[in-house]
Write a protein that binds this ligand. Structure first.
Ligand SMILES: [Fe+2]
Length: 747
């Protein structure tokens, strides 16, 4: 039996995934446990969950693998600064401290963290392996797919150097074909427009995609003529004079703003028609690039299956276009297509490439419906509910489904917490908020009263798999909600008003029999639900169908704006009580909002305060304070008691040494009394660091990085390959083959 632990961390979406003999045992994203959205911290909680789920101890793990090569990433960072100096000082000062303190020694940092979790010596850990970023994305897409042979396309912001990669996969082999490197990135291009239209980079891309159908593609030519040079084969380069992300702290440059005639929209300000038109335009450009890339890859490989991963593969509208165009016969997208999925991909690489195991082909993919996370028993849930003082009723499973489908039919909004948590950004019927899609008001009720998010954002439908093609222009399963498609014409109404209505007013039009899941262009991001993909959710949909003749439910993630999806019964109860949700169906229990006692919120608030208190109490442990007393006492004694007198040719100062000794004894005996002094010292250190670190980095930047960078460029060497070449046929770079042993190196 071989256990392989895959990790992603330190950038965004930290996660852990555990394989046993090549099959997924567990996978989870750290944000769900820490409640910090896109948490980049070491995935301690996710690892502990994986170990618990497998029923093993840490020492049973045979291989541990990290999802990218930190030293290659550092090389890219340095070369970028060489290429942009002397104009990148703020970015240099921002990026370097964390690299010099931590990321440059990632292997050591990881081993220390892992040995703490494993309660073992770092020397007893298995050798730490490192995949490349895109290799991990590609592996997560191909090895988890149902295909024996496939082309793989990875599209994201950036890994080490690669931003776009193409692969051919068969059996255990995953061979790179070509790539496009930083700074030329379709992910960063989309993020730049996300930034420009006033949304947050790395999380607002969905919003931009959702906004696109309200607009017209007025700016496509402007973008293609100025900002991005796209070749016939889909390869592209960005004109970097329009962007600031390589050398600055923002995504777009003044030249970009001048091109569009305005500064970026301020977050939370009114969304204008021009923002919608820009959203539509960049969506069209993105789709065009993705389609061209896919065509090129299909022609090159001649295979009929395509696997997709990387953050851009979460652009469900582009995925839907790919399906419609029939470039490949079959398409499979890794549901955890972002960096969390890299943890899984890296683990797969160890099993199939490093350990040379063949891929097992089956009808289903290997993701188990993406239900790979935590699960809570009825007794655990009841403990939480009763200790919080909640009022609830317990039901047998069939009765629970009857009751919940009845509430849904009555237009109640239901929090649905059942079975294993999903891996990946989508809620797929385990940690979901559900509603009746036939209701014309449900979209604005859930958007505004429950999720506190922008009114324009659409909701996705979950539909019984057998009814999929009856309601949608889709003939293939979509279990992971990763494709946007059109509603069938006979389910839509003739909407003449569309001609007159502009912008967000389009929301007011009733477009179909299921208006709450019908976007303004009559599309929907569909999840097909089968008994295999999520049995309990399938049964609920079946009950709702039997009751209403509608085989569809609104399915949106169980969270509010700015928070990760709920992980535990505690999270679910708090989210239920803090929002306008009417019903919570959690395990075998059903809670109604109007039944809950007023004291319940107070108890939940108290718990939060207690947790915070606990955190601040452990902030300064006595051991830490004792070390502070010893180190400062010894330092003062050596510097002022011995060194300075020695410089002055005097005897050691015994008074200073005695005071230092008393200070150390005080610290050892009464460490807690030093807390305030320690805090003051730390504050002083932080302020000094804030001043000194930028100063030292500025000196390095202007005396070393800038001159070397300028000389390199004078000699015609640009590591970023920024020159646009209108006569070139293609911007691809042929990828180098990656040997399995390469996993042993962090570079
Ligand atoms: Fe990535």
């Amino acid at each position: 039996m071989t256990y392989i632990l895959g990790l992603s961390a330190y950038y965004h979406d930290s996660a852990a995934a555990l394989l046993l003999d090549g099959e997924i045992i567990a996978a989870a994203q750290e944000e769900r446990f820490t409640r910090v959205r896109h948490d980049a911290a070491f995935p301690e909680n996710s690892i502990q969950f994986c170990i618990r789920q497998a029923g093993i101890s840490f020492s049973d793990i045979d291989h541990i693998v990290f999802y990218d090569k930190p030293l290659l990433k550092f090389e890219r960072l340095l070369e970028t600064h060489l290429a942009t100096a002397p104009f990148g000082l703020p970015a240099f000062i921002k990026a370097m401290p964390v690299w010099l303190k931590e990321k440059l020694y990632l292997k050591k940092v990881l081993r220390e963290e892992l040995s703490t979790i494993g309660e073992c010596d770092a020397a007893d850990l298995p050798a730490l392996l490192f995949s490349t970023h895109h290799q991990a994305h590609a592996a997560s897409a191909y090895y988890a797919s149902p295909y024996e042979k496939a082309a793989v396309l990875c599209l994201d912001g950036v890994g080490e150097w690669a931003t776009t990669t193409a692969w051919l996969a068969e059996g255990k082999d995953l061979s790179p074909i070509w790539q496009i490197n930083f700074p030329h990135s379709i992910g960063l291009l989309y993020s730049a427009f996300t930034y420009y239209t006033g949304f947050r980079v790395n999380s607002g891309e969905y919003k931009l995609m959702g906004l696109a159908p309200y607009g017209e593609a007025k700016y496509v030519d402007l973008i293609l003529d100025n900002i991005v040079d796209v070749k016939q084969d889909g390869s592209f380069r960005l004109d970097m004079s329009f962007f600031n992300f390589a050398s600055g702290l923002t995504m777009t440059s003044k030249k970009f703003h001048d091109l569009f005639g305005a500064d970026p929209r301020k977050a939370e300000s009114d969304i204008r028609q021009r923002d919608m038109d820009i959203a539509k335009s960049i969506q069209v450009v993105t789709e065009d690039i993705v389609l061209r890339l896919a065509k090129k890859l299909q022609l090159e490989t001649g295979v009929e299956n395509l696997c997709l991963a990387g953050g851009v593969a979460l652009n469900c509208v582009a995925n839907g276009r790919l399906l419609d165009e029939n470039i490949f016969k079959n398409i499979w997208v890794q549901p955890a297509a972002g960096d969390a999925g890299g943890a899984l991909g890296a683990a797969y690489l160890v099993w199939h490439q490093y350990l040379s195991n063949q891929k097992i082909i089956s009808q289903q993919d290997h993701m188990q419906g993406a239900l790979l996370g935590t699960q809570y028993s009825d007794s655990e849930i009841e403990n939480v509910l009763s200790s919080a003082g909640a009022f609830y009723k317990k039901y047998e499973s069939d009765d629970l489904l009857n009751v919940v489908s009845g509430y849904l039919n009555d237009e109640k909004v239901v929090g649905w917490f059942q079975g294993k948590m999903e891996f990946g950004p989508r809620a797929l019927g385990s940690r979901s908020i559900l509603g009746d899609p036939r209701s014309k008001d449900m979209q604005s009720i859930i958007n505004i009263k429950i999720k506190s998010r922008e009114s324009f954002r659409p909701f996705a439908p979950a539909v019984l798999v057998d009814e999929l093609s009856e309601w949608f222009e889709m003939n293939v399963k979509s279990p992971y909600m990763l494709f946007v498609t059109h509603l069938k014409k006979d389910k839509c109404f003739n909407v003449d008003q569309d001609v007159k209505v502009q912008g967000l007013d389009k929301l007011k039009i009733i477009r179909s029999q299921v208006p709450s899941i019908t976007h303004v262009d009559n599309t929907a991001r569909v999840q097909s639900v089968s008994v295999e993909s999520n049995p309990m959710f399938f049964r609920l949909l079946s009950k709702f169908y039997a009751l209403t003749h509608c085989p569809i439910l609104i399915n949106t993630s169980f969270n509010v704006r700015g928070e990760p999806i709920v992980e535990s019964p505690d999270d679910a109860l708090a989210c239920f009580m803090n929002t306008g949700m009417d019903v919570l169906a959690i395990g075998s229990f059903v809670l109604l909002k109007h039944d809950q006692p007023d004291t319940l919120m107070d108890k939940l608030d108290h718990r939060k305060t207690d947790e915070k208190r606990h955190v601040s109490a452990v902030e300064l442990l006595p051991g830490e304070l004792r070390r502070f007393a010893i180190s400062t006492g010894v330092a003062v004694s050596l510097i002022f008691g011995w060194f300075f007198p020695w410089l002055a040719d005097s005897k050691p100062d015994t008074e200073v040494m005695a005071i230092s000794a008393l200070w150390i004894i005080w610290g050892l005996l009464l460490p807690v009394t030093l807390r305030q002094i320690y805090k003051g010292w730390m504050l002083f250190g932080t302020m000094m660091g804030r001043f000194m670190t930028p100063l030292i980095l500025s000196i390095i930047y202007f005396t070393l990085i800038s001159p070397v960078g300028l000389i390199m460029r004078l000699l015609g060497n640009d590591p970023l390959h920024r020159k646009l070449d209108s006569s070139a046929e293609s911007y691809y770079v042929i990828s180098e083959n990656i040997e399995p042993e390469n996993l042993e190196k962090p570079f």
